[in-house]
Design a protein around this ligand. Structure first.
Ligand SMILES: Cc1cc2nc3c(=O)[nH]c(=O)nc-3n(C[C@H](O)[C@H](O)[C@H](O)COP(=O)(O)OP(=O)(O)OC[C@H]3O[C@@H](n4cnc5c(N)ncnc54)[C@H](O)[C@@H]3O)c2cc1C
Length: 457
């Protein structure tokens, strides 16, 4: 029997955390942080490290790590959400390179802090492998590799079929790309350890405390108001629920399944000894990891978006999503076909209208924000948290000068346009993947280019 929801497999395996106290009434602080995921916790961590006497309160609707931070695929990777090209246009090539280098270094920063704080998050830096299983995917892999190799230190290698399968035995792999700037993590262990680390530094986390509205100097909840010179919004995929933020970031669902631990004979067939994170060059891509206890966690898009920006509550996943992910996993790894699917779950991520992540702080109002990481926030949240800390403290540093700081995207369309657009985009990408698999042509299916246009990517 496949377990479904329960926030995530990662949390169920770890055991749900002991609840922390709710906000007991009105409070004063120097910094109020709304949202207890990686973004909010990293911001709290670096603020207290920089200035230990600062009064920092984190307000969390459910529990620290309830959101994407406790549910994700565990890719600690160096992606620049939305790509570097936009920063070349707005800030020049050097700024785009600086953004990339900062994210490369952030992968190592997270690993270093986890070690320093005694967080055992099963981290292995084995790089990121993306396989191509159709001629069109292979053509995109080649184009991707040569574009990446034009940037300094990208580390991207183009692999032929044999070199790809020598890393991970994905059936039907025609080739792939690999780069070294990525580590596998157990996401819930990371967020649990981080929450404990910030508490050791004196940060107060109040759980079961929903912020209804953010105003300059105030985070307002039904349990009381936290008055603070700085209020930081770190609510990512749940942002649409906040007053005035309904169309800021679109909540997009992503889903994962995980197998039972696989036996040695199956691993001998599959390989995957380097613990690379695994993705593909499809339009609706999959993402996977070999877990610390030798399962395959395998994710992808299910039902991408719910009408009216509704978000899920407990990670429950539609049966058809579980079926399609299971079919794809078994197609990749027939050797694992007999393994039970132990658990399925979903989460929400935040998608800005231009797909570019952002961090910022308005000195006149004291209001800050970070998010819009789409599917690549495990690393970026650390950079965002460090940047928020410097911005709040009024420090002009290398990270506060990066081109994503202060970026604002336009708002999403009103319904039903928003629902229609997202569903049309995903229907088109799905059709493109099927056409490319059927025709075995090298060129990307035209319907995918149309979807790129609608998506504004
Ligand atoms: C299924 C899935 C797989 C993913 N896989 C990867 C991956 O492999 N690699 C990668 O880089 N990224 C991945 N991501 C994205 C990544 O997990 C996120 O970008 C990252 O965790 C965002 O952290 P966050 O702290 O900004 O948001 P969250 O972790 O979502 O935290 C936001 C917190 O705010 C709280 N909150 C919301 N509203 C309120 C309110 N009004 N008042 C108080 N609290 C509130 C929520 O309860 C939540 O705890 C994935 C996301 C999902 C959903």
């Amino acid at each position: 029997m496949t377990a479904n929801g329960g926030v995530s497999f990662w949390w169920q395996q770890l055991g749900m955390p002991e609840p922390r106290t709710a906000l007991p009434g009105d409070r004063d602080a120097d910094v109020a942080i709304v949202g207890g995921g990686y973004t909010g916790l990293w911001a709290a961590y670096y603020l207290k490290k920089a200035q230990p006497d600062l009064r920092v309160i984190v307000l969390e609707r459910r529990f620290a790590g309830f959101g994407a931070s406790g549910r994700n695929g565990g890719w600690l990777t160096n992606s620049v959400t939305g790509g570097r090209a936009r920063y070349v246009r707005t800030h020049g090539r050097d700024a785009a390179i600086a953004q990339q280098r900062a994210l490369d270094a952030t992968v190592d920063e997270v690993i270093a802090v986890a070690a320093a704080e005694g967080i055992d998050a099963g981290i292995v830096k084995g790089g990121e492998l993306e396989v191509a299983r159709t001629p069109a995917q292979l053509a995109r892999a080649r184009a991707f590799a040569s574009a990446e190799q034009a940037w300094p230190d990208s580390g991207v290698e183009l692999l032929d079929a044999a070199a790809t399968r020598a890393r991970i035995g994905v059936v039907g792999a025609l080739g792939g790309t690999w780069h070294p700037h990525c580590a596998r993590v157990n996401p819930a262990r990371l967020v649990r350890g981080l929450a404990a680390a910030v508490e050791r530094l004196g940060v107060v986390i109040h759980e079961d405390t929903e912020v209804l509205e953010i105003r300059p100097g105030q985070a307002r909840t039904a349990r009381g108001v936290v008055r603070a010179a700085h209020v930081l919004r770190a609510t990512e995929g749940f942002t649409a629920d906040l007053r005035g933020e309904h169309r800021t970031w679109l909540p997009m669902n992503s889903s994962l399944i995980v197998t039972e631990p696989l036996d040695d004979a199956t691993w001998a067939e599959i390989g995957w000894e380097g613990r690379e994170t695994l993705g593909d060059h499809a339009h609706i891509y999959m993402y996977a990891q070999r877990t610390a206890d030798d399962r395959i966690a395998f994710g992808g898009r299910g039902v991408p978006y719910r009408y009216g920006s509704r978000v899920d509550s407990d990670g429950a996943t539609q049966p058809r999503t579980i079926e399609s992910l299971t079919a794809l996993l078994r197609d990749f790894f027939p050797a694992a076909a007999r393994a039970e699917i132990a658990h399925a779950w979903s989460g929400v991520l935040g998608v800005p209208r231009d797909w570019a992540a952002t961090v910022g702080h308005d000195r006149t109002t004291g209001l800050g924000w970070a998010g819009g990481y789409v599917g690549t926030g495990v690393t970026a949240t650390n950079l965002a948290g460090r940047t928020l800390a410097d911005l709040v403290l009024g420090r002009d540093t290398a990270v506060t000068r990066l081109p994503w700081v202060g970026h604002r995207a336009r708002r999403w369309e009103i319904e039903p346009l928003r629902w229609l657009a997202v569903n049309a985009i995903y229907a088109a990408y799905g059709a493109a993947d099927r056409a490319e698999a059927r025709t075995r042509r090298e060129s990307t299916a035209p319907v995918a280019r149309l979807a790129d246009l609608v998506a504004g990517r």
